[in-house]
Structure formats: C-alpha cells, structure tokens
Ligand binder design. Sequence first.
Ligand SMILES: Cc1ncc(COP(=O)(O)O)c(C=O)c1O
Length: 395
Amino acid sequence: MTTSEKFPFDKTPQTDFSQVPSPCFVLEERLLRYNLQVLRHVMDEAGCEIICALKGFAMWSTFPLVREYLPGGTASSLHEAKLIWEEMGVKAHLTAPAYREEDWPELEQICSHIVFNSLNQWNQYRERALAAGISCGIRVNPQYSEVEVDLYNPCIPGSRLGTTANHIGDRLPEGMEGVHFHTLCENNADALERTFKAVEDRFAPLLHQAKWLNLGGGHHITRADYEIDRLIALIKYIKSTYNVQVILEPGEAVGWQTGYLRAKVLDIMDSQGINVIVMDASVSAHMPDCIEMPYKPKVLGAGDAPQTGRTNNEVAPWRIGGGTCLAGDFVGDYQFDQEPQIGDPLIFNDMIHYTMVKTTNFNGVQLPSIGIWKEEGRFQLVKSFGYESYKDRLS
Ligand SMILES: Cc1ncc(COP(=O)(O)O)c(C=O)c1O
C-alpha cells in the first residue's frame, strides 16, 4: 500500500496568504502533523526509530510538535547537535565526514550516538567517545546508489562519504556498536530494498555484530506514492535477520509538502520577447536547490511552461526571477491563470525542506520571514530578519 492509500489527506492550501508578509516561509501546521503521523505509523508498525535530519528540516519552532511523534534528531555538526539538545530536549545522533577536535568537549555532553566516516576518525576519537558513554558507529559506503545526480550521489568514485568494504573487513572495530549508510535521495522503498541487498553483500558480517543499523535518509516516506508497507516489511526482515535496532533519519520526508514561500511581484518587464517577473525573493539565495538539483517548484495559480522565448503562444509564458544580480537567479517559465500584475503574490509550493536551512544573504537581499499557519486557522509570525542578520555574518 502507498502512503496516500493508507493515509488519504487533502493538501489543498488552507493558508490565507493575505495575512502573510512577503517574503515569508509559511508552514501549515496540519501538513506537518500529517507527515509526523505517517512517520510515527512506520515507527510503530516496523518497530524502528525515525529521527529528523536537521540538515533538511530545522524549523525549530515546530520541534515541540515534532517531538510529539518522533524521538529526536540527527545532526551533521556541533551546531545542529546543539539545536537538537536545546530545542528537542534530547541528545543528538551525529554523522559528519570529519570532526573538529575543539568541538569534542561539547559533543561529549550532547550526543548519544556518533557515526565515524573512516577508521582514521574512529582511531582519533575512540577513547574520548567511549569514555563519554557515546554509542559509536561506522558509516559504510556500499558502492551502490540509485541517485542519478552526482551532486547527491555519495557512492561515486572519489566520494569521501563512508568507508568501503576493502578498508573495514569483516569485523566491527572493538567498541563500535553501529553501522550507518546513506545513499538514497527522494527514493521509494524498492530502491532501499536493492540498496540494502548491496549492503548485505558487502557488509553482512558487520551487520551480525552490530547493535544498531542506521539506514540514513532519502526515504520519501510521506510522498503520496511511497510504498509504505514495503518499507515496513523490509525493516522487519532486517531486524529479524540481523537482530539489530533499525534507525532511519529522513529530513525531507519530515518537511515534504508542508508549506510555501510567499513572495511578491516587484516588477514586470519584456526581455527580448520573454515576459519576466522580478520578485522580492531570490531563487539562488532562498531556494537554491531549484538551481542546484535542479528542479522547478510549483507556483499556485500557474502552470508549467517550456523554457523558450516563444511569444506566439496563445498565452505567453512568464519567467520568474529573483532580485539579485545573478543572471541565473530565475526559476523557470510558467503560464498564469491570470496575467500577473505588480504587487501580486507569488506562492511557491513545497518550500519548507532544504530551503530555510540553506538561505544566504547574497546581495544583502532580505531573508524571508518564517511563520506558521496554525491548525486553528490563524497566522503566527515566528521570526523576521532585518539588517542585523546580514551584518552579523560579516565583519
Ligand atoms: C547522512 C545523512 N542522513 C540523513 C540525510 C537526510 O536525507 P533526506 O533529507 O533526503 O531524507 C542526509 C542528507 O543528505 C544525509 O547525508
């Protein structure tokens, strides 16, 4: 069964955007609760632990809600670990390519699990980690990933993400309790099955010795077509075959389709036959994955249009661009139901995960505010950013 078959849900926006300042990331609380309920279902049915990856979703004003459903979070740095400790009230899981000596005094206090990327790193910090009672693991590289974009593929030759089988052999180093792999990105359960097969082929002896196995992130569990029962069956198989505790650490699945970036049309111009909108947000500074991945977000009230300069269409397409000097700071071409006017709102859908964690102050552009459309039907402005947040990052 897929997620939407098991948990049908109407995701039509309920936010009244006229109450939301521009630009602003606005999360709909009910949409986040929906995702959390789905994730909790997997946890309960499969008997695993699902923790939130802050790299993808770190909107900490919602952490009390997240904690109603999930037991904690996973960090990629001291700062994310601190945020988990402070705002989730639990010790963090931590996985990073390498650790800084100077971070250790704090990490020892606030981490329950630390995953090492290499045996060098393990040998460097082993004594400290064990003395602090931290449960340690090794990130392995199964040399199998179905991710097509190299930018997100941790298994390409030259990858620094994880230890390959030839370097670790058949025995978990003494004192180590866990194995971790992360090779998925927006994948369904079938890709996890094939990936896990590659992990078994290369690392089965380690799995038999481990207390826990972390399956990383990239599980698109809350997406409508995700095969949720298939995931649950696989986790049960892993648990019974290897007698390990199973941990998943999705980020995107927590924030998936939970809200919007509300922006506004500042200007409209004709550029060599193409209608162009300049908005009060920036693609490169506020939604950089659209350029990096790349992908084209949905805009409410607008349809997709091929990126061309054609003006002989019945309705000419509109190219939406940001307010920076970067020529490529645009998101693509759209057909609008109603011709855009200066001052009109522009609502980008699904703009919560991997957006506010990645914003920059390039060009000194205004950072979008952060707000919540509450379940009881009112807007709560959580934070807005001014000149100080720009100045603070420079000297
Ligand atoms: C080690 C690790 N864990 C978890 C995640 C979260 O992945 P996602 O947000 O795609 O679920 C990532 C993402 O890059 C990662 O590198």
